[in-house]
Design a binder for this molecule. Structure first.
Ligand SMILES: [Zn+2]
Length: 71
């Protein structure tokens, strides 16, 4: 799956903050990418999602039926 968040800068910043390799603590329930300790995430009943519009949209999309409101 194409992923727009592939941004090495984020990981670089985590490296600086912790001065060690960032620890992978889970997988985003939206985009499916790794979640590193120190990143901003949502914890939705145990499922972790990056604090990112795209991830939230994908997360909701993954969990929901697509339908037209009111029908
Ligand atoms: Zn994500």
């Amino acid at each position: 799956m194409a992923h727009m968040l592939e941004n090495p800068m984020v990981i670089d910043r985590l490296w600086e903050r912790f001065e060690k390799e960032p620890e992978v603590i889970g997988e985003c329930a939206g985009c499916g990418e790794e979640i590193y300790a120190g990143q901003d995430i949502y914890d939705c009943e145990g499922e972790l999602v990056h604090q990112d519009e795209e991830c939230c949209m994908q997360f909701v999309g993954n969990k929901s039926w697509c339908k037209v409101a009111g029908e």
